[in-house]
Design a protein around this ligand. Structure first.
Ligand code: ADP
Length: 274
Protein backbone atom coordinates (compact mmCIF):
# COMPACT_ATOMS: atom_id res chain seq x y z
CA UNK A 1 0.00 0.00 0.00
CA UNK A 2 1.89 2.99 1.32
CA UNK A 3 5.31 1.58 0.49
CA UNK A 4 4.21 0.78 -3.04
CA UNK A 5 2.80 4.25 -3.53
CA UNK A 6 6.09 5.74 -2.39
CA UNK A 7 8.10 3.52 -4.69
CA UNK A 8 5.89 4.51 -7.64
CA UNK A 9 6.38 8.20 -6.88
CA UNK A 10 10.15 8.08 -6.57
CA UNK A 11 10.82 5.30 -9.08
CA UNK A 12 12.49 7.67 -11.56
CA UNK A 13 15.08 8.57 -8.94
CA UNK A 14 16.55 5.10 -8.98
CA UNK A 15 16.03 1.88 -7.10
CA UNK A 16 18.63 2.63 -4.37
CA UNK A 17 16.64 5.60 -3.14
CA UNK A 18 13.39 3.65 -3.32
CA UNK A 19 14.89 0.93 -1.19
CA UNK A 20 16.14 3.44 1.39
CA UNK A 21 12.73 5.11 1.61
CA UNK A 22 10.95 1.79 2.01
CA UNK A 23 13.41 0.75 4.72
CA UNK A 24 12.85 4.07 6.47
CA UNK A 25 9.11 3.53 6.49
CA UNK A 26 9.55 0.02 7.85
CA UNK A 27 11.82 1.31 10.63
CA UNK A 28 9.37 4.11 11.48
CA UNK A 29 6.55 1.56 11.66
CA UNK A 30 8.65 -0.71 13.86
CA UNK A 31 9.40 2.15 16.29
CA UNK A 32 5.73 3.09 16.35
CA UNK A 33 4.75 -0.53 17.09
CA UNK A 34 7.31 -0.77 19.91
CA UNK A 35 5.97 2.48 21.39
CA UNK A 36 2.38 1.25 21.19
CA UNK A 37 3.32 -2.06 22.82
CA UNK A 38 5.11 -0.20 25.60
CA UNK A 39 2.10 1.98 26.39
CA UNK A 40 -0.16 -1.10 26.33
CA UNK A 41 2.23 -2.93 28.67
CA UNK A 42 2.46 0.00 31.10
CA UNK A 43 -1.33 0.29 31.19
CA UNK A 44 -1.70 -3.42 31.84
CA UNK A 45 0.98 -3.43 34.55
CA UNK A 46 -0.65 -0.45 36.29
CA UNK A 47 -4.12 -1.95 36.08
CA UNK A 48 -3.14 -5.16 37.85
CA UNK A 49 -2.22 -3.70 41.27
CA UNK A 50 -4.90 -1.02 41.07
CA UNK A 51 -7.53 -3.68 40.36
CA UNK A 52 -6.25 -5.80 43.24
CA UNK A 53 -6.35 -2.79 45.60
CA UNK A 54 -9.92 -2.08 44.64
CA UNK A 55 -11.01 -5.68 45.27
CA UNK A 56 -9.11 -5.83 48.54
CA UNK A 57 -10.66 -2.63 49.86
CA UNK A 58 -14.09 -4.14 49.15
CA UNK A 59 -13.01 -7.27 50.99
CA UNK A 60 -11.92 -5.15 53.98
CA UNK A 61 -15.35 -3.50 54.11
CA UNK A 62 -17.13 -6.85 53.93
CA UNK A 63 -14.91 -8.25 56.67
CA UNK A 64 -15.47 -5.38 59.09
CA UNK A 65 -16.72 -7.83 61.76
CA UNK A 66 -13.61 -10.03 61.48
CA UNK A 67 -10.49 -8.19 62.65
CA UNK A 68 -8.11 -11.00 61.63
CA UNK A 69 -9.42 -10.96 58.07
CA UNK A 70 -9.11 -7.17 57.98
CA UNK A 71 -5.47 -7.39 58.97
CA UNK A 72 -4.84 -10.09 56.36
CA UNK A 73 -6.43 -8.03 53.58
CA UNK A 74 -4.62 -4.89 54.71
CA UNK A 75 -1.33 -6.80 54.49
CA UNK A 76 -2.11 -7.75 50.91
CA UNK A 77 -3.05 -4.16 50.14
CA UNK A 78 0.37 -3.13 51.38
CA UNK A 79 2.04 -5.61 49.00
CA UNK A 80 0.05 -4.26 46.04
CA UNK A 81 0.84 -0.67 47.01
CA UNK A 82 4.56 -1.53 47.16
CA UNK A 83 4.30 -3.17 43.73
CA UNK A 84 2.72 -0.02 42.35
CA UNK A 85 5.39 2.19 43.92
CA UNK A 86 8.20 0.02 42.49
CA UNK A 87 6.67 0.09 39.04
CA UNK A 88 6.26 3.88 39.02
CA UNK A 89 9.82 4.33 40.34
CA UNK A 90 11.26 2.03 37.66
CA UNK A 91 9.27 3.81 34.94
CA UNK A 92 10.76 7.10 36.15
CA UNK A 93 14.27 5.57 36.23
CA UNK A 94 13.81 4.16 32.74
CA UNK A 95 12.52 7.42 31.26
CA UNK A 96 15.53 9.21 32.77
CA UNK A 97 18.09 6.87 31.22
CA UNK A 98 16.52 6.13 27.89
CA UNK A 99 16.68 9.63 26.42
CA UNK A 100 19.86 10.30 24.51
CA UNK A 101 20.76 13.43 26.46
CA UNK A 102 24.38 13.76 27.53
CA UNK A 103 25.08 12.23 30.92
CA UNK A 104 24.08 14.54 33.77
CA UNK A 105 26.09 15.08 36.95
CA UNK A 106 28.93 12.78 35.99
CA UNK A 107 31.44 12.31 38.78
CA UNK A 108 34.02 9.90 40.11
CA UNK A 109 32.19 6.97 41.70
CA UNK A 110 33.91 4.37 43.87
CA UNK A 111 33.13 0.78 42.95
CA UNK A 112 33.33 -0.41 46.58
CA UNK A 113 30.63 2.12 47.54
CA UNK A 114 28.36 1.02 44.68
CA UNK A 115 28.81 -2.62 45.66
CA UNK A 116 28.08 -1.92 49.34
CA UNK A 117 24.92 -0.07 48.35
CA UNK A 118 23.77 -2.87 46.04
CA UNK A 119 24.34 -5.50 48.74
CA UNK A 120 22.50 -3.35 51.27
CA UNK A 121 19.50 -3.13 48.98
CA UNK A 122 19.19 -6.94 48.84
CA UNK A 123 20.19 -7.70 52.41
CA UNK A 124 16.69 -8.60 53.51
CA UNK A 125 15.84 -10.86 50.54
CA UNK A 126 19.26 -12.52 50.73
CA UNK A 127 19.09 -13.26 54.44
CA UNK A 128 15.55 -14.65 54.14
CA UNK A 129 16.87 -17.14 51.58
CA UNK A 130 20.20 -17.65 53.37
CA UNK A 131 22.06 -16.49 50.28
CA UNK A 132 25.60 -15.26 50.88
CA UNK A 133 26.85 -12.34 48.82
CA UNK A 134 30.62 -12.04 48.51
CA UNK A 135 32.54 -9.29 46.71
CA UNK A 136 36.14 -9.28 45.52
CA UNK A 137 38.59 -7.12 43.61
CA UNK A 138 36.63 -3.95 44.19
CA UNK A 139 39.25 -1.91 46.08
CA UNK A 140 40.67 1.16 44.45
CA UNK A 141 38.50 1.05 41.33
CA UNK A 142 36.50 4.08 40.30
CA UNK A 143 34.00 4.72 37.53
CA UNK A 144 33.15 7.93 35.75
CA UNK A 145 29.40 8.44 35.63
CA UNK A 146 26.11 9.30 37.22
CA UNK A 147 26.10 7.84 40.73
CA UNK A 148 22.33 7.26 40.92
CA UNK A 149 22.20 5.53 37.55
CA UNK A 150 25.21 3.34 38.28
CA UNK A 151 23.75 2.36 41.66
CA UNK A 152 20.42 1.48 40.02
CA UNK A 153 22.18 -0.68 37.40
CA UNK A 154 24.34 -2.68 39.80
CA UNK A 155 21.49 -2.88 42.33
CA UNK A 156 19.22 -4.45 39.71
CA UNK A 157 21.80 -7.09 38.78
CA UNK A 158 22.42 -8.12 42.38
CA UNK A 159 18.70 -8.07 43.16
CA UNK A 160 18.01 -10.38 40.19
CA UNK A 161 20.84 -12.72 41.22
CA UNK A 162 19.16 -13.11 44.63
CA UNK A 163 15.60 -13.32 43.28
CA UNK A 164 16.33 -15.98 40.66
CA UNK A 165 18.41 -18.24 42.91
CA UNK A 166 17.32 -20.99 45.29
CA UNK A 167 18.03 -20.83 49.02
CA UNK A 168 21.49 -21.42 50.45
CA UNK A 169 23.37 -20.48 47.29
CA UNK A 170 26.06 -17.91 46.70
CA UNK A 171 26.14 -14.64 44.77
CA UNK A 172 29.56 -13.32 43.80
CA UNK A 173 30.47 -9.79 42.75
CA UNK A 174 33.89 -9.42 41.17
CA UNK A 175 35.49 -6.34 39.66
CA UNK A 176 38.66 -5.88 37.63
CA UNK A 177 40.30 -3.28 35.44
CA UNK A 178 40.56 -3.97 31.73
CA UNK A 179 43.20 -2.08 29.82
CA UNK A 180 41.82 -0.80 26.53
CA UNK A 181 43.25 1.53 23.89
CA UNK A 182 40.35 4.00 24.15
CA UNK A 183 40.69 4.28 27.94
CA UNK A 184 40.63 1.69 30.70
CA UNK A 185 37.39 -0.03 31.63
CA UNK A 186 36.11 -1.52 34.84
CA UNK A 187 34.29 -4.82 34.53
CA UNK A 188 31.88 -5.77 37.30
CA UNK A 189 30.60 -9.34 37.12
CA UNK A 190 27.64 -10.58 39.15
CA UNK A 191 27.49 -14.38 39.27
CA UNK A 192 24.71 -16.52 40.73
CA UNK A 193 23.97 -20.23 41.12
CA UNK A 194 20.35 -19.74 40.18
CA UNK A 195 17.84 -20.97 37.62
CA UNK A 196 19.77 -19.65 34.62
CA UNK A 197 18.37 -18.31 31.34
CA UNK A 198 17.85 -20.38 28.18
CA UNK A 199 19.61 -19.39 24.99
CA UNK A 200 16.40 -18.25 23.32
CA UNK A 201 15.62 -15.87 26.21
CA UNK A 202 19.13 -14.55 26.70
CA UNK A 203 18.89 -11.55 24.36
CA UNK A 204 15.26 -10.82 25.10
CA UNK A 205 15.64 -10.35 28.88
CA UNK A 206 16.97 -6.82 28.21
CA UNK A 207 13.68 -5.81 26.55
CA UNK A 208 11.23 -3.73 28.56
CA UNK A 209 8.68 -5.95 30.34
CA UNK A 210 10.16 -9.19 29.00
CA UNK A 211 10.08 -11.91 31.66
CA UNK A 212 10.92 -15.57 31.25
CA UNK A 213 8.39 -16.52 33.94
CA UNK A 214 5.97 -13.65 34.62
CA UNK A 215 4.45 -15.31 37.71
CA UNK A 216 7.86 -15.81 39.32
CA UNK A 217 8.93 -12.25 38.47
CA UNK A 218 5.76 -10.75 39.99
CA UNK A 219 6.04 -12.94 43.10
CA UNK A 220 9.39 -11.31 43.91
CA UNK A 221 8.10 -7.82 43.16
CA UNK A 222 9.76 -7.71 39.74
CA UNK A 223 8.57 -5.16 37.19
CA UNK A 224 10.23 -6.55 34.07
CA UNK A 225 12.06 -3.23 33.63
CA UNK A 226 15.25 -3.87 35.63
CA UNK A 227 17.48 -5.18 32.85
CA UNK A 228 16.16 -2.60 30.37
CA UNK A 229 17.35 0.05 32.85
CA UNK A 230 20.74 -1.69 33.20
CA UNK A 231 21.17 -1.79 29.43
CA UNK A 232 20.36 1.91 29.00
CA UNK A 233 22.62 2.93 31.89
CA UNK A 234 25.49 0.97 30.32
CA UNK A 235 24.85 2.56 26.92
CA UNK A 236 24.58 6.11 28.27
CA UNK A 237 27.97 5.62 29.97
CA UNK A 238 29.60 4.31 26.81
CA UNK A 239 29.73 0.82 28.27
CA UNK A 240 27.92 -2.46 27.77
CA UNK A 241 26.21 -5.28 29.60
CA UNK A 242 26.43 -8.96 28.67
CA UNK A 243 25.13 -12.23 30.04
CA UNK A 244 26.47 -15.77 30.21
CA UNK A 245 24.18 -18.43 31.52
CA UNK A 246 23.62 -22.13 31.76
CA UNK A 247 20.09 -23.30 32.48
CA UNK A 248 19.73 -24.76 35.93
CA UNK A 249 23.33 -23.82 36.82
CA UNK A 250 23.40 -20.07 37.09
CA UNK A 251 24.14 -16.81 35.31
CA UNK A 252 26.81 -14.16 35.11
CA UNK A 253 25.96 -10.60 34.13
CA UNK A 254 28.92 -8.34 33.37
CA UNK A 255 28.89 -4.57 33.21
CA UNK A 256 31.80 -2.90 31.44
CA UNK A 257 32.07 0.81 32.13
CA UNK A 258 34.71 3.48 31.63
CA UNK A 259 37.10 3.86 34.52
CA UNK A 260 37.52 7.35 35.97
CA UNK A 261 40.92 8.54 34.86
CA UNK A 262 43.06 8.94 37.95
CA UNK A 263 45.09 12.13 38.22
CA UNK A 264 48.34 10.22 37.96
CA UNK A 265 48.85 6.51 38.35
CA UNK A 266 52.56 5.75 38.53
CA UNK A 267 53.01 2.24 37.30
CA UNK A 268 50.32 -0.36 37.41
CA UNK A 269 50.74 -1.58 40.96
CA UNK A 270 48.29 -0.87 43.71
CA UNK A 271 46.30 2.30 43.32
CA UNK A 272 47.11 5.29 45.42
CA UNK A 273 44.45 7.62 46.68
CA UNK A 274 41.62 7.92 44.22
P1 ADP B 1 12.23 -8.52 36.65
O1 ADP B 1 11.68 -7.34 37.35
O2 ADP B 1 11.18 -9.45 36.13
O3 ADP B 1 13.31 -9.21 37.42
P2 ADP B 1 14.32 -7.77 34.77
O4 ADP B 1 14.26 -6.86 33.59
O5 ADP B 1 15.28 -7.43 35.85
O6 ADP B 1 12.85 -7.89 35.30
O7 ADP B 1 14.65 -9.23 34.23
C1 ADP B 1 13.91 -9.75 33.14
C2 ADP B 1 13.79 -11.26 33.25
O8 ADP B 1 15.07 -11.87 33.07
C3 ADP B 1 13.31 -11.76 34.61
O9 ADP B 1 11.89 -11.76 34.71
C4 ADP B 1 13.88 -13.17 34.65
O10 ADP B 1 13.04 -14.04 33.94
C5 ADP B 1 15.19 -13.03 33.87
N1 ADP B 1 16.38 -12.86 34.75
C6 ADP B 1 16.98 -11.70 35.10
N2 ADP B 1 18.04 -11.92 35.88
C7 ADP B 1 18.15 -13.25 36.04
C8 ADP B 1 19.08 -14.12 36.74
N3 ADP B 1 20.11 -13.62 37.44
N4 ADP B 1 18.87 -15.46 36.66
C9 ADP B 1 17.82 -15.96 35.95
N5 ADP B 1 16.92 -15.21 35.28
C10 ADP B 1 17.08 -13.87 35.31
Amino acid sequence: GEALAVSARVAPLGSRLVLLLVEDLTEARRIEAVRRDFVANVSHELKTPVGALSLLSEAVMDAAEDPEAVIRFAGRMQIEATRLTNLVQELIDLSRVQNDDPLEDAERVRVDELVAEAIDRCRHAASTKQITIAAGGIDGLTLWGNRGQLAAALGNLVENAVNYSPSRTRVGIAARRITAPGGDLVEIAVTDQGIGISEKDRDRVFERFYRVDPARSRATGGTGLGLAIVKHVAASHGGEVAVWSSEGQGSTFTLRLPEAATSRRDGRGRDGEV
